[in-house]
Design a protein around this ligand. Sequence first.
Ligand SMILES: [Zn+2]
Length: 144
Amino acid sequence: MDCLICKKIEKSDAETYLYQSEHWLLRHSSETNIEGYLILEARRHILDFSQASAEELAAYGPLLATAMKAIRKVVSPERVYTFSLAEAVPHLHVHLIPRSAEMPRAWKGRGILAYPLEPVVNPARLTAVCQSLRQELKRQILIG
Ligand SMILES: [Zn+2]
């Protein structure tokens, strides 16, 4: 299987993902410079939600809400954008992108697709943000 997401899941260690369940994995984007930009990936190699099982679909909604709450708590964005394109990597993954008040107007709404890929988030900041996100996810999942 020549899928980047499947390969990443195969080679992952405890640090790769902020949260893992039977059906979904949540990680911080390593390809962008936006703090709190998470990617929710299906564990199974499926293209989109039309191929998801009833169990995968049932688990998706609560996890998406939990992830969005964690993003809101940790980076306090004005909006959290969510979308799935599956063009570069045809394996179901959903982008959760916090749009801050400071973000340039050109990136708001559909303009978010023009965000710069570099420089990536400062590694020390990224570690701190991921630690806060892990704590918040744990808290959210425990309290439901
Ligand atoms: Zn895959």
